[in-house]
Ligand binder design. Structure first.
Ligand SMILES: Nc1ncnc2c1ncn2[C@@H]1O[C@H](COP(=O)(O)OP(=O)(O)OP(=O)(O)O)[C@@H](O)[C@H]1O
Ligand SMILES: [Mg+2]
Ligand SMILES: [Zn+2]
Length: 375
């Protein structure tokens, strides 16, 4: 657990693989083997972790969730533990919640100057719904927390309903959903309305009921922040329509949608410059006769020979305006909305990724992963 924290792993996987016990770490989004050893102590290791996490060690047939808080290098680190019975044994996965990593602030996220302006503009609105979308692990919660941190002030009553609370923000009233006890996103939101709120964060909009209450809250003078499962910013609008939210409700409440991904950053200690090939220039939208310097991965001890170290966000901001509202209300297709948004200066995920390749932050390979999942 100490090694995982020091190497900045986000997850620890412990599993039995034949005669071996294998431990893998997820670092910058990819799993890497950390240790492979005899399977003999496997059961004892799993039992020990279950005891530490407050789980029932005799229950081996059902999945369990728990948590372990450890003090590592003078920081309190929260490990969310999940056990899952498999055909061989029980697999354990621990999510490492290093609270400091959530508090990056807008300048640490990787927003380019245009996107910082859009970000500040959204947060300066008195009311409306701001959505952050992207696949699992794309940094949505980190963006929401940095927004809340920027909005945080004594003059505002800020309430959140989360699943789970990943970081405790000072001065903000955070609640955790508790399905067993009957507290879900929708009824927490309903109760929030009697708590004299100014700003509300809803961990995720998963159903029509939650969507409608969140929209109602945003229409009655509150700033509401949430996430949604969608691949692109305009896809978020389609997702709400698919949930059966009336389009006039969407257009009157949504003030902006942020879509995002994370890309791996080239290791500054070993990356090497080279001249881009023709195909690469085309992929980046550069002219064929332009001289374009890109960087490639090499690998050194500082980056564990990966050539990459750390990650950075790639963002797309859809800012609602009259023309886009009209298009959505008239049932326009995503392509038409996208065209209109581009005319108003929207940079899509790919544009931001291209910038980050051209300035030597990341590689074409990382950019292609973003564009592949942003269709
Ligand atoms: N802008 C960023 N730059 C670098 N790392 C980031 C950034 N945003 C998030 N991360 C890191 O990526 C990981 C995933 O982030 P986060 O939990 O915010 O994603 P998420 O989209 O909310 O995930 P989930 O779908 O599981 O809710 C965390 O380890 C976080 O510290
Ligand atoms: Mg999250
Ligand atoms: Zn390196």
């Amino acid at each position: 657990m100490e090694s995982a924290v020091r190497i900045k792993a986000s997850d620890i996987h412990i599993e039995q693989d034949g005669d071996f016990m294998r431990i893998r770490f997820r670092i910058d989004g990819l799993l890497r083997e950390h240790m492979k050893t005899s399977a003999k102590p496997y059961k004892a290791v799993v039992s020990r972790i279950k005891i530490m996490a407050g789980l029932n060690i005799s229950e081996k047939r059902l999945p369990q969730d728990g948590r372990i808080i450890q003090n590592i290098d003078n920081k309190s680190i929260d490990f969310r533990v999940s056990t899952m019975p498999t055909s061989k044994d029980e697999k354990v996965v621990m999510r490492v919640l290093d609270k400091a990593s959530f508090m990056v602030g807008k300048h640490g996220l990787g927003l380019n100057d245009d996107n910082i302006k859009a970000y500040d503009e959204l947060l300066s609105k008195p009311y409306g719904l701001i959505l952050v979308v992207g696949p699992t692990g794309s940094g949505k919660t980190t963006t929401l927390y940095s927004m809340l941190n920027q909005l945080n002030s004594v003059e505002q009553n800020i309430l959140t309903i989360e699943d789970p609370i990943e970081y405790e923000l000072e001065g903000i009233n955070q609640s955790q959903i508790n399905v067993k006890a009957g507290l879900d996103f929708a009824n927490a939101l309903r109760a929030f309305m009697r708590q004299d709120p100014d700003i509300i964060m809803v961990g995720e909009i998963r159903d029509l009921n939650t969507a409608e209450i969140a929209i109602r809250a945003s229409l009655t003078g509150h700033l509401v922040l949430s996430t949604l499962h969608a691949n692109t910013s305009i896809g978020a609008i389609s997702r709400l329509i698919d949930m059966n939210v009336a389009s006039y409700l969407i257009t009157s409440s949504v003030i902006g949608v942020v879509s995002q991904r994370l890309v791996r950053k080239l290791c500054d200690d070993c990356k090497e410059p080279y001249n881009a090939e023709l195909g690469e220039k085309q992929a980046l939208g550069c002219l064929a006769n332009e001289e374009v310097t890109l960087y490639k991965t090499v690998g050194c001890p500082r980056c564990g020979n990966q050539g990459y170290k750390g990650r950075i966000g790639v963002y797309e901001f859809l800012m609602m305006n009259k023309e886009i509202r009209n298009l959505i209300n008239s049932g326009a297709k995503e392509d038409e909305i996208l065209e209109m948004a581009k005319q108003h200066g929207m940079q899509v995920l790919k544009d931001d990724a291209v910038r980050k390749v051209l300035d030597g932050t990341t590689t074409i390979e990382e950019m292609l992963k973003v564009t592949f999942t942003a269709q």
